[in-house]
Design a protein. Structure first.
Length: 131
């Protein structure tokens, strides 16, 4: 259980650190282009966002541990890429299909979220292997 929780914590830290960089820095110009679609900063439910991130990190780690083969960092990268594509393809492009976001935002989401989830997979492999 300790090994699992340490890995989930590492995944959560990587997820949130990259999420901050992605959404507060890299995607700011894209969000400004579609300003009317988003909640005002004071309306954002941060406790819910944190809860979702914790649940996501626990589930991501749980699935990783069930298929863990002990093949090192590349195992985590492969896992992160597969999960990343599973999340980002529909997340970015289905949203583009039904919501008036720009195609450039959908592509940016796809690229940045995939990188973020690959980094989470790498963190999972490194921590789980050593914990």
């Amino acid at each position: 259980m300790k090994r699992f929780l340490l890995t989930a914590l590492a995944v959560l830290i990587v997820h949130e650190a990259l999420g901050f960089i992605i959404h507060q820095v890299l995607l700011t110009p894209y969000y400004q282009e579609t300003y009317s679609l988003w909640r005002m900063p004071e309306e954002i439910n941060m406790p819910l966002i944190v809860l979702v991130a914790v649940i996501w990190s626990l589930l991501f780690t749980y699935i990783f541990t069930k298929g863990y083969e002990g093949k090192g960092p590349m195992e985590g990268i492969r896992y992160g890429l597969l999960v990343g594509l599973l999340i980002t393809v529909p997340g970015a492009f289905a949203t583009y299909a039904v919501q008036p976001i720009t195609l450039s935002l959908a592509i940016a989401w796809f690229v940045y979220w995939t990188v973020q989830v690959v980094a989470c997979g790498l963190a999972a492999a490194l921590v789980y292997e050593r914990a």
